[in-house]
Design a protein. Structure first.
Length: 278
């Protein structure tokens, strides 16, 4: 669900919350979808610390962290930090964690990096004026969106989003391995925007819990604002509909939010993102 401009670095507290959407029973499925995706990076054989914790071992915070506190009875933040020692990581605080979680993390030295809107739209029949908004005319001629399964194209896909995320080449082989070895790959569709035989944009879709969760929307720097993200988002919505999902959802950065509003997404809730400086 995290879009192309990255998560950290901007305080964005003025997220508009639509009460009707936030109250929808579908939101439980949206957050379950998000948890499944993040936990798929490495949730096995972890001690029960009362949190949903994932650790891939990759040297990037997007692939290690905590996505939910399961109990209001209290969390051993120090134990969580020990479990994640040695890798960069983030703590995601959403409405599926107890209300006081953010305050607890601050008390233990946590630093809020940003606030990111959770955006949702129904699937079903295409929505006129939304499934392919006004960026259409700017889409590069010859651009196509195609599924990625394995092999060299998977490496290209990882290289494209790794570069866009500002991650150096060191973790690339591990990222490719983690993608190919996910236990929920039957639920995942990887899409590449291809131009002149080269991958220039990416998105990863997880279809689970009746939700098409959209992640890793990234575009090569030299082709941004040329309709590539529009083509990827449109394709992701089509795949979600074909797989029988009821909703599409993503977590947007402030820079990505206007694009998704043009697709009919509405800000329904928010995630607060924390780290723990040394």
């Amino acid at each position: 669900m995290v879009d192309s401009t990255g998560a950290a670095g901007t305080s964005h507290d003025a997220v508009r919350i639509q009460d009707g959407v936030a109250a929808s029973p579908a939101m439980g499925s949206v957050f379950a979808n998000f948890r499944q995706y993040l936990m798929g990076w490495g949730a096995a054989d972890r001690p029960d610390l009362g949190v949903d914790l994932f650790r891939s071992g990759l040297a990037a915070p997007q692939f290690n962290g905590v996505v939910r506190v399961r109990s209001a009875a209290g969390t051993d933040v120090a134990a969580v930090r020990r479990e994640l020692a040695g890798v960069p990581w983030w703590w995601w605080v959403g409405p599926d964690s107890p209300e006081e979680t953010a305050d607890v993390l601050r008390h233990h030295g946590g630093r809020q990096l940003t606030v990111m809107p959770v955006m949702v739209r129904p699937l079903g029949a295409p929505v006129a004026g939304h499934d392919r908004p006004d960026d259409d005319a700017r889409t590069r001629s010859g651009l196509r969106v195609e599924p990625v399964r394995d092999g060299g194209r998977l490496r290209e896909l990882v290289r494209t989003y790794r570069t866009s995320m500002g991650i150096g080449p060191g973790p690339e082989a591990g990222m490719v391995r983690a993608e190919s070895q996910r236990g929920d790959n039957a639920d995942i569709v990887r899409l590449a925007a291809v131009l002149d035989g080269r991958v220039v944009g990416t998105t990863v879709l997880i279809t689970a819990h009746s939700v098409a969760g959209i992640f890793l929307v990234h575009v090569a720097a030299e082709l941004r604002r040329q309709g590539v993200a529009t083509a990827l988002t449109s394709a992701a919505l089509r795949v979600g509909r074909e797989r029988g999902m009821h909703f599409a959802a993503l977590v947007a950065s402030p820079a990505g939010e206007p694009l998704y509003r043009r697709f009919g997404f509405t800000a329904a809730y928010r995630y607060r993102l924390f780290d723990f400086p040394d």
